[in-house]
Ligand binder design. Structure first.
Ligand SMILES: NC(=O)c1ccc[n+]([C@@H]2O[C@H](COP(=O)([O-])OP(=O)(O)OC[C@H]3O[C@@H](n4cnc5c(N)ncnc54)[C@H](OP(=O)(O)O)[C@@H]3O)[C@@H](O)[C@H]2O)c1
Length: 342
């Protein structure tokens, strides 16, 4: 499919190159072991509306819990409404609706219902995602991880754009898995052979690039961030068998959680910090981890050719890649809140 040259306006008075936030730590005072509740200590979100995709499982559920406890009204759009309502039972200030990110009709219907409510979104956290799924095609034959993790969120945010409040933050939950792959421009839907980890990596790179371009386009009134939450044992691993969990160091021989895993309370901290920290005022378009701005990924070891999977890869924050992905995603989904008016 042809990818059109990007024809979009930048925010008035800004360009993609100015006001760029450096990709370096700022010293937040929080870290890898901080919990989401600690990040929100003393923060009052009364009167704020947050929308959390995937806000009924794993780190999304903890995110919903702490945002609501801080006073926010939290909208949780769910693929499995009954499951979401059960998971969120007893949490005050939460509202469940229906949304399947892999189905554009569902995305549009949810967004249009929300728009009709006349409310404004102050915090949008895109936590929903699938990982290492077997090859699955959705919609017009799209690869399911790219479609669910990226295209669904792309369409959702663009369709909801009139409801995104001035001063809002949009937070994309990416992953260290973005190190596995940049965008495969010549085969984004893996039509020439599927690899579930490359597909996850591409989709998670897309989450970062989306934040970079959204921030470039909207920074006069909305800022966007992407992040790696850490490694947390959640239902996200549903597509991995026991041997794969062992090989990845996620569980040990006895089936216990292994290695440097975070709890869900710690895993939700970076996205909550991204959504609320005053230290990030005036910043955006950057990738975070451990409740701070992440450093660039280290160079490859010249002797081994191995690169540590820490920090953010250049290809995930490159402005031209971000603009190119935006144009492709707009073309695929038919949604683009920033298209020039004809
Ligand atoms: N856990 C980790 O170690 C880790 C590491 C790095 C990055 N991440 C990222 O963190 C995010 C949250 O992961 P998690 O660990 O909290 O996983 P999780 O417990 O599996 O939660 C994922 C959520 O996404 C929802 N979802 C999946 N497909 C959807 C669709 N088509 N439409 C709407 N919602 C959909 C799931 O709904 P259902 O339950 O109904 O399927 C679930 O609520 C993901 O984006 C993941 O890539 C996690």
């Amino acid at each position: 499919m042809a990818i059109h040259r990007l024809e979009m306006e930048c925010a008035p008075g800004s360009s993609v190159d100015d006001m760029t936030t450096p990709q370096h730590k700022i010293g937040s005072g929080f870290g890898a072991t901080s919990t989401a509740a600690e990040v929100l200590t003393g923060v009052d979100l009364t009167g704020k509306l947050a929308l959390v995709t995937g806000g009924y499982s794993g780190i999304g559920l903890e995110t919903t819990r702490v945002l609501a406890a801080a006073g926010a009204h939290v909208v949780v759009p769910a693929r499995r409404r009954a499951t979401a309502e059960e998971a969120l039972t007893g949490i005050a200030g939460v509202e469940v609706d229906e949304l399947d990110l892999a189905d554009l009709d569902s995305v549009r219907a949810f967004a249009d219902r929300f728009l009709a409510s006349g409310r404004r979104i102050d915090i949008l956290i895109a936590s929903a995602g699938i990982m290492a799924a077997p090859e699955t095609r959705v919609g017009p034959g799209w690869e399911a991880q790219f479609a669910t993790n990226h295209l669904g969120h792309f369409a959702l945010v663009n369709r909801l754009w009139p409801a995104i409040a001035d001063g809002a933050r949009v937070v994309m939950v990416s992953s260290r898995g973005h190190h596995f792959s940049g965008i495969r421009w010549d085969d984004v839907h893996f039509e020439r052979g599927y690899d579930k980890w490359l597909a996850y990596g591409q989709a998670k790179t897309a989450n970062v690039l989306f934040a970079v371009q959204l921030d470039a386009l909207a920074r006069d009134r909305v800022r966007a961030f992407a992040l790696h939450p850490g490694r947390i044992f959640t239902p996200l691993v549903r597509h991995l068998d026991r041997q794969e969990l062992l090989d990845a160091g996620i569980v040990d021989d006895a089936g216990n959680i292994a290695g440097e895993s975070k709890t869900v309370e710690q895993g939700a901290a970076t996205q909550v910090w991204a959504a609320t920290s005053p230290l990030l005022d005036g910043m955006g378009g950057v990738y975070l981890d451990d409740c701070d701005i992440a450093e660039p990924a280290p160079a490859e070891d010249p002797e081994t050719g191995v690169r540590a999977r820490t920090g953010v890869r250049d290809y995930a924050i490159a402005p031209e890649e971000a603009a190119h992905l935006w144009a492709l995603s707009a073309e695929l989904t038919g949604e683009n809140a920033f298209a020039p008016r004809s």
